[in-house]
Design a protein around this ligand. Structure first.
Ligand code: KIV
Ligand code: NA
Length: 270
């Protein structure tokens, strides 16, 4: 099967409309990528892996080496989806040149098709710099978790007029700069709807609107791995419950000495 491409993703939006919404999920490991790949258009190696995999308090402690290791694993585990790797905090904000050096390592060492970075107007020059030099960029506006210290938390954005106008301007700026798609996270719905209607590139919503050109969730949230999830998450499964029940069965059999049984035990040739 041939892998989807960034231009193919962008072309899904025709005359401001996307007939079939883009399906995107996060993936951090090869096996997870294998299982999700048939169902997705885009696999995002999100820096949310900081919290989900490494137990960090935010995404700020995620490093370029972590993103590269997981990005390469997801590329190896997938055949069809476009793989996008998040640029971690501190690797792209200082200058377009710094961003290119970090992004080119991601591209060269993972085989991913694109990078994602957070920020609107302030990142427009960097988005143009990368995309004009062969690195497709997915932008990310609205609630941008790497800015949690400046934003003061993870509450939905855009409730004041100034913030509303700023997020609209951010969306326009990243599209004008050449981003091939934009994630819109944690905003009041009218902002997501307005951006979806006004931008020529696909909008991918998370806590945004069903009218976006696509949707993304953190896979572990969607699978039901966590008891506490943001309001915008829908839990489609109960993987935490399944893991607990399965581990309990194993523990019981080990304690009863009923595992390993004859099928799992080697005997000398008779
Ligand atoms: O890191 C991440 O998982 C993300 C998505 C939630 C958009 O950036
Ligand atoms: Na992210």
């Amino acid at each position: 099967m041939k892998r989807l491409t960034v231009p193919a993703i962008q072309r899904r939006k025709v005359n401001g409309k996307t007939a079939e919404p883009l399906v995107m999920l996060t993936a951090y490991t090869a096996r997870q990528a294998q299982l999700l790949d048939p169902h997705c258009d885009i696999l995002l190696v999100g820096d949310s892996l900081g919290q989900v995999i490494y137990g960090l308090p935010s995404t700020l402690g995620v490093t370029l080496d972590m993103m590269i290791a997981h990005g390469a694993a997801v590329v190896r585990g997938s055949y069809r989806s476009v793989v996008v790797v998040d640029m971690p905090f501190g690797t792209y904000e200082a200058s377009p040149q710094a961003a290119f050096i970090a992004a080119s390592r991601i591209m060269a060492e993972t085989g991913a098709a694109a990078v994602k970075l957070e920020g609107g107007q302030a990142m427009a020059e960097t988005i143009a710099f990368l995309s004009q030099r062969g690195i497709p960029v997915m932008a990310h506006v609205g609630l941008t978790p790497q800015a949690v210290n400046a934003l003061g938390g993870y509450a939905a954005r855009g409730r004041s007029d100034t913030e509303h106008e700023k997020i609209l301007a951010d969306g326009k700026a990243v599209a004008d700069a050449g981003a091939f798609a934009v994630v819109i996270e944690g905003v009041i719905e009218p902002i997501a709807v307005a951006l979806t209607h006004s931008l020529g590139i696909p909008t991918i919503g998370i806590g945004a609107s069903a009218q976006c050109d696509g949707q993304v969730l953190v896979t572990e949230d969607m699978l039901g791995m966590f008891e506490r999830v943001p309001r915008f998450v829908k839990r489609y499964g109960d993987i935490a419950g399944m893991i607990g029940e399965t581990a309990a069965k194993y523990a019981e059999e080990v304690r009863a000495r009923s595992f390993p049984g004859p099928e799992q035990t080697y005997q000398p040739k008779s």
